[in-house]
Write a protein that binds this ligand. Structure first.
Ligand code: FAD
Length: 393
């Protein structure tokens, strides 16, 4: 059988992982991205490799996805991961009331944990507040966001995928029945419009996937872009990820990254995804919530504040209640438009699994029998993204 050609729109975590999986299964792949690699949300995350513990009480489907993928990424993407662990720290009565539910949830989701007395936790993390009452260690970690994306992109290129950056998809090509047969795009590096045909187009456009689906004639993708702010401070005040032992809320995660820490995040709705301002009020909130866990943040220089939007799937709930799991949409099913698949939702931590499910659907639609092979093989070095030639005609 001839190799099918698949266009992937978007080179965030999801797009590069989809491109890798498609190419590794033997398909011809072209990635079209309107900016550089990790131009969207993926370039602006905490870099927390979730153990799933954060979701173990209220969103167990996501929690299990996270712990399973955390285990796989530690093997295949060890080059970009610091396996430093994470502490869930209880400092008041409300936290301590949450403790039993938290431990039970982690056990139900097979997330390993170990509880430490305050004096042990303070020995491990001397900058933690002296108000600490308990600390529970889970297998969280830290990843380097850009390098994670580049490692998947390099591995995709190694298997033949082509990357066309600064190429914005502006419309679709259709057959006489309204099915998608390719895309129209603006190549900003050449300043001209082009068209490209494909057997299937995969939209991995994150928070923008609703707009992209509308271009194809499907206004019904239930996507709820949900931004959050993060604030970075100029010293590495903890070695592990520090989480507040409470229901997920604002400013309850502190992630060490090289010689810095990042405090995040908030959760709200925005109208204009291309410009979400960082408000002083949200930055102050991160500062105060961060200081509750690590008081010495007060003596540390703020290095920067940034914002990104989660591409969450709309389940009818609001804000923090929205599930962190992902969904793959076949537009043949939702709007009788064949040739287009959208993948959205999820976490950076679940990028590989999201790609696997998407490519399973692509293979099924194309009757192309190839199994996923991304679980065992380590990714090639992220550095090779720049050295493998990009053979674009
Ligand atoms: C504040 C915050 C903190 C987070 N922290 C973490 C964390 O610590 N750990 C974790 O696991 N997850 C985290 N997440 C979630 C994670 O970052 C996202 O789930 C993930 O980045 C989404 O990746 P994506 O590829 O689906 O979307 P994106 O990264 O947004 O990629 C979509 C891409 O599509 C491109 N695009 C859009 N339209 C077009 C077009 N018309 N033509 C061509 N290209 C187009 C965009 O430029 C973009 O590069 C966080 C999210 C937020 C908001």
């Amino acid at each position: 059988m001839d190799k099918p050609h698949v266009i992937v729109i978007g080179a965030g975590f999801t797009g590069v992982a989809v491109a890798y999986d498609l190419a590794k299964r033997g398909m011809d792949v072209t990635v079209l991205e309107r900016g550089p690699i990790a131009n969207g949300t993926s370039g602006r995350t905490h870099g927390l490799l979730h153990s799933g513990a954060r979701y173990a009480v209220d969103d167990q489907e996501s929690a299990i996805e996270c712990i399973d993928e955390n285990t796989i990424l530690r093997k295949i993407a060890a080059q970009v991961i610091e396996p430093n662990g994470g502490l869930f720290v209880g400092i008041d009565d409300s936290d301590m009331n949450y403790r039993d539910k938290f431990i039970e949830g982690c056990q139900e989701c097979h997330i390993p944990l170990e509880e430490y007395k305050p004096e042990i936790a303070l020995r491990l993390e001397p900058e933690l507040t002296k108000k600490i009452r308990t600390a529970i260690l889970v297998p969280d970690g830290t990843f380097d966001p850009l390098r994670l994306a580049l490692a998947f992109a390099a591995s995709a290129k190694f298997h033949g995928a082509k990357f066309r950056l600064f190429c914005e998809v502006t419309g679709f090509l259709f057959d006489g029945l309204g099915n998608v047969t390719g895309v129209k795009f603006s190549d900003r590096t050449k300043g001209k419009m082009e068209e490209l045909s494909a057997d299937i187009v995969v939209s991995a456009t994150g928070s923008w996937c609703g707009e992209v689906a509308e271009m194809a004639g499907d206004p019904n993708i239930p996507i709820r872009p949900t931004p959050g702010v993060m604030v970075t401070y100029d010293q590495r005040l903890c070695q592990r990820v520090i989480n507040r032992l409470n229901e997920p809320g604002d400013g309850d995660i502190i992630v060490p990254q090289r010689q810095m820490i990042t405090v995040g995040t908030t959760s709200f709705e925005a109208d204009n995804l291309d410009y979400i301002p960082v408000t002083e009020q949200q930055v102050n909130l991160m500062y105060h919530r961060g200081c509750e866990l690590i008081p010495s943040i007060a003596n540390t220089r703020e290095r920067g504040a940034f914002m990104a939007s989660r591409p969450l799937v709309d389940s009818g709930l609001k804000g923090r209640s929205l599930a962190r799991t992902f969904k793959c949409f076949d537009h043949k099913v939702s709007q009788n438009i064949d040739g287009l698949v959208t993948i959205t939702g999820g976490k950076a931590t679940t990028l590989r699994l999201m790609a696997e499910k998407t490519v399973d659907l692509v293979c099924q639609k194309l009757s192309f029998p190839a199994a996923c092979e991304t679980i065992e093989t380590p990714l090639i070095s992220y550095r090779q993204y720049f050295s493998i030639p990009n053979e674009v005609n």
